[in-house]
Design a protein around this ligand. Sequence first.
Ligand SMILES: NC(=O)c1ccc[n+]([C@@H]2O[C@H](COP(=O)([O-])OP(=O)(O)OC[C@H]3O[C@@H](n4cnc5c(N)ncnc54)[C@H](OP(=O)(O)O)[C@@H]3O)[C@@H](O)[C@H]2O)c1
Length: 257
Amino acid sequence: MTTALITGATAGIGAAFARRLAADGHNLVLVARDEKRLREQATELHDRHRVEAEVLRADLSEEKGIEAVEARLSDRKNPVDLLVNNAGFGNKGRYLEVSMADELTMLKVHCEAVLRLTSAAAAGMRERRRGGVVNVASVAAFVPRGTYGASKAWVVQFTQGAARDLAGSGVRLMALCPGFVRTEFHQRAGMGTENVPGWMWLDADKLVDAALKDLARGKSLSIPDPRYKALTGLMKLAPRRAVSRASATTGRRYGPN
Ligand SMILES: NC(=O)c1ccc[n+]([C@@H]2O[C@H](COP(=O)([O-])OP(=O)(O)OC[C@H]3O[C@@H](n4cnc5c(N)ncnc54)[C@H](OP(=O)(O)O)[C@@H]3O)[C@@H](O)[C@H]2O)c1
């Protein structure tokens, strides 16, 4: 039986990964900050799917939280076969409206934790010559807008580069770029979503199905929806200045506020 470790497992996309991987018979290590919620989720998944579900409370914006998850991923006696770096959040406000402390916390969770956990997992996976890492980025990675988009662009570049370096080693790495997904994300950030058109919303369970198919196919970048594939394709072709202008006008009118 294989084991998957999911960060940010208690809500939204992470919870959808946990449900799907448990249904497929994987044992789980569930990581987030809310221990009560983690325990309830572990019990439910164990009872429903008869898999082992370990709880690891960790705050990935803190050194000791990252260290605890690194230690679990480096445990050669209880190997992790699939790592899903999913924990993340948004900050409400434009550049200079968000405090420096919040900007730095985002970089710690979205970039430093992803770098360190991917590396802790991939080292053992390379020795065993098998394993997978899914790093949850965003289609925001392709738009020049704030620390959120910049941090997700880093996730995409880092993951695709590491995937290339580990090609042929048996370790697969994939950056996952969702569009808008109905989760707790926007509410937690205090963002209103009434301006986001209905057709732009994705379902977390369908997103995870598509992502796991892309991982099995060996893709290093997954944009699991034709609407967003078309949009990101256009963004790549259009001049950078036009994308930036469209993001600042249309993106702000029809995006979360
Ligand atoms: N929803 C979208 O529209 C969307 C679109 C593109 C990309 N994404 C990305 O998808 C990922 C998941 O987001 P979501 O939409 O599923 O959000 P969500 O519903 O708010 O869930 C976020 C999860 O991350 C955990 N988390 C947050 N901060 C953490 C920290 N410091 N340490 C450990 N765990 C932490 C939360 O649990 P605790 O609070 O218990 O720690 C929760 O389980 C994020 O990386 C996000 O950037 C989301």
